[in-house]
Design a protein around this ligand. Sequence first.
Ligand code: SF4
Length: 326
Amino acid sequence: MYPFDFTAVSTVPEALAAGGRGGRYIAGGTTLVDLMRNSVEQPDLVVDISALPLRDVVVTPGGGLRIGALATMSDVAADPRVRVTYPVIAEALELSASAQLRNMATIGGNIMQRTRCAYFRDVTAPCNKREPGSGCAALEGYNRTHAILGTSDACVATHPSDLAVALAALEARVHLLGPDGKRRIPFSGFLLEPGTTPDREHAVHQGELIVAVEIPLLPRPLRSGYLKVRDRQSYEFALTSAAVALHVRGGRIHTAKVAAGGVGTVPWKLTAVENHLIGKAPSEALWADAAALASAGASPLEHNGFKVELLERTVERQLRVVGGTR
Ligand code: SF4
């Protein structure tokens, strides 16, 4: 470890002031403390925001859900409104991390968590995300768990959050507060593909505070769920995953929201799959045809070619489960 300043704040204005001085926010601490321990991150000022009143889950005037950024993963997963209206969120949360971590980790921290690429966390390895311009050890290294979609010559790391996949599928919005006031970012623009600047991972400005995530009202009844495929059944990140939400009316799919995890440098919205489903009657053939579109544009690396077929199978299975034809 190295010396750093620490302050705990109890109001949002205090947090913003500390953030404006270059402070790094910490709440549950389940990511940042690890990164500081192994010297991947070395903030000069750490700002404890865990006492801020940002834990509520409320129904919005528009009928959606607004989840406070400091609500814990376990509290949100257990919330009856989440479980009834958006089970895909509860399932994504419950399939994440461990019970102990879910009791500490917050919603805001979850979507801001950094990649689990082993080279990123090994400060002796070249890594453009940790040290811009140093290279990418994963490109020629062991890349079985890395991304096949949204990659660049600079970085091929996946985004590790399961919750973010569900939020991408449901087209959530992230609410921020900063020195210039409020901002609201669609989830599609919240996390950034690496391009030539993999060290830029999100659209949050220095000093801004995530205050909530809002899930819009979607037509009901809405069936949804999350499937996570991984090397072991608990405490493991996804090789592939699929978040699916479907509204069927009059025997036809009226609304389809689909995203994949474990395969993209950001949660991967499957727009082509969604478009293929709209207006059609649920059937085994439809799920297979739609899922075949999931891997369009994939660029496998030396060790992760298996993810192409696994992604398609994951999406097909979850469409079948949520669509009710299994
Ligand atoms: Fe770093 Fe990205 Fe390469 Fe991993 S994949 S070593 S995070 S640049």
